[in-house]
Every structure is written in C-alpha cells, then in structure tokens.
Write a protein that binds this ligand. Sequence first.
Ligand SMILES: O=C[C@H](O)[C@H](O)[C@H](O)COP(=O)(O)O
Length: 212
Amino acid sequence: MILGIGSGSTIVYAVTRLAERVRKEGLKIVCIPTSFQAQQLIVTNNLTLGSLDTTPELDCAIDGADEVDDKLTLIKGGGGCQTQEKIVASCARKLVIVADSTKNSTSLGQQYKKIPVEVIPLAYNPILQRITQKFGGTAELRMGKMKAGPIVSDNGNFIVDWFFPTGIEDWKTVNERIKMMPGVVETGLFVDMAQIAYFGGPDGSLSVKLAS
Ligand SMILES: O=C[C@H](O)[C@H](O)[C@H](O)COP(=O)(O)O
C-alpha cells in the first residue's frame, strides 16, 4: 500500500500504531510524507519512505485537521503544512482524517477561527488586505514564538491567518477566490477531499463521520 502521512500532533499516534502493525504483521507499506515533520516521523518509526517522484498515485492518505464540519470540509494548516498535505491528499484515492473530538463541528468556525493561507513572501501584505476587503474578518502574518520574524513554511513561504467572519457557507467559492489571488500558494480549506473522519473522545470513545 502507498500511504500519505499527514502532519501535526495527532498523526503521531496513527503512525506509531502503523509502525507497530508493520513490525508485527509484516505489512508492506510505502509512506509519502506531507512535511519535514512527517518525513522524520516515517524515518524514526523505521517505515519505508517514498516520494511523489517515484509514486505519484497513493491508495490512501491519513492526516489530522484543525476542524471538520458536517460536509467534511476541513480547516488545516495549524502547523503551516497545508500545501504539501493538499498535494499529497490530491494524489490519494482516499483521505482519512484522525482528530480528537474538539475538532468536530457542524459548521466551520465553531471550533477553529482562522484559515491558514500559505503565501509568497513578497505578496503577504496585499493578500492580507485583499482577503479582508473581499470576505471581511481580520488577517495577520503568522509570527514566530521562538524565532524573530515570520514563520517560514517547509516551502520557504509565509503563512497568513485569516480570522473569518461568521455566516460563510460556500467554502468552495471562498477557497477558489482566495486561490486566485496572485501570490497565494495554497489555503488550508479542504473542500470535498476527505471521505471519512475519526474522532477520539477523552474517555476513549470513537465517533465517525462520513462524506455524504
Ligand atoms: O499544518 C498542520 C496540519 O494541517 C495538521 O494536520 C493540523 O493542524 C492538525 O494538527 P493536530 O493534529 O496537531 O491538531
């Protein structure tokens, strides 16, 4: 199986379990990373590392999410990895989301208040202005906590966080319009990409949401 490996804190649990099964059951799995973190995760768990250069068609990708609505529209990119995550997910026949129950919502904005957008550094200020002029809300350049200056993505770009207003329903159109702005590399909006989401509860319970 060719499997995309997502980024973030939740995917770590899935990869640990996957590595256990590969060891015990001798599963043959090639893992395609979605970030530097995912690559390290694959290597440190002794899984087989692949790339889109050699395997551009994936059976499945597993990833976390910052919020999942009832249509399985996702907000991703809390860790700034949405561009590679979306590329890998777009190459996979199936996208499976693993998250804790706080990420589960009926409509976006109930849990997570912003859409991360990866941008070419030169364009960050015009993009901050265009997004808020077109759609409202506020937007800011993501700054480092330990690093002085802006966060730089794995692709060498900046991240703009758009704190969107309430009431937006047509996320597909919003996503397309933001993507058309010169300098935008990728948004953290994943529309019609995930087929299934698993949510773990604090008591060990599991709930599942399927794309309609
Ligand atoms: O950029 C980061 C990714 O999109 C993550 O998958 C997302 O932020 C969820 O991360 P976590 O599992 O840490 O909540």
